[in-house]
Ligand binder design. Sequence first.
Ligand SMILES: NC(=O)c1ccc[n+]([C@@H]2O[C@H](COP(=O)([O-])OP(=O)(O)OC[C@H]3O[C@@H](n4cnc5c(N)ncnc54)[C@H](OP(=O)(O)O)[C@@H]3O)[C@@H](O)[C@H]2O)c1
Length: 247
Amino acid sequence: MRVGLLGYGKAGKAVASVLAADPRYQLRWVLRRQSQVNEHVEDQPLIPVRSMNGLNLSDWLDEHPVDAIVDFSQASSVDWYASEVMARQIMLVTAISNYTEESLEVLQSMGGKTKVLCSPNITLGINFLMLAAKLLRKIAPFADVEVVEQHFREKPEVSGTAKKIAQSLSLTDDRVTSLRVGGIVGHHEVIFGFPHQTVRLTHDSIRREAFGTGAAYALEALNVCPTGFYSFDDLLLKSIRAELLES
Ligand SMILES: NC(=O)c1ccc[n+]([C@@H]2O[C@H](COP(=O)([O-])OP(=O)(O)OC[C@H]3O[C@@H](n4cnc5c(N)ncnc54)[C@H](OP(=O)(O)O)[C@@H]3O)[C@@H](O)[C@H]2O)c1
């Protein structure tokens, strides 16, 4: 599958390195806001990094066709590419953390023409943790549930992922406990307190490359879906259902 990537910042660089190393994909190009002359992906001289500024996307896609686009730039970029992506039925994996209502509406309408995955959190592990926690919450509604998040000392705000986990379990924000300790990259834990046992679901982030692993999973899972607008949960549930039926 030929893939183009939007965004070459902290996340985009990690995603580019994962996609470039994955034999299922051919990362063809990367677009960012401002590029250097003859810039290319690190250690990949054949994968160009170009600027979106002043670029005619239609001409670019004629010369550099792709089957899928992965977006790690910013919410407003969708206005720039929506019509071309729909017209060419290019598959889209968009991983912006904070969509505006307007950008979400555009993405949802794109799902009428092509395959769109929209995931404000694209790590496979966190999405799996949330799904497992939701299931356990349903099975054992009597258990006490608390969310604990730990991050590096300088992180000022409560983790958005922890809040999202709490919301998905119908817990109020005061059920989230935050610890700021040294250089922890990201730790999320959901604790289920039963009368005679305790269940802990834990996720630790190690490197940003986890975003790339999530994007790679999403590309493969989305590829076999019909045209439409999907969340990461939709894709995961489809995989789990298929796996359960097979076994
Ligand atoms: N879903 C997830 O799990 C997840 C995880 C991490 C990050 N993200 C999202 O990914 C995006 C990037 O995060 P980051 O940490 O890599 O941020 P960053 O380091 O600030 O990088 C942003 C990248 O997007 C490019 N960009 C910004 N505005 C653009 C525009 N209007 N048109 C084209 N390119 C534009 C920038 O270009 P220049 O480099 O030329 O400035 C840069 O390459 C953010 O939206 C963030 O929310 C999502």
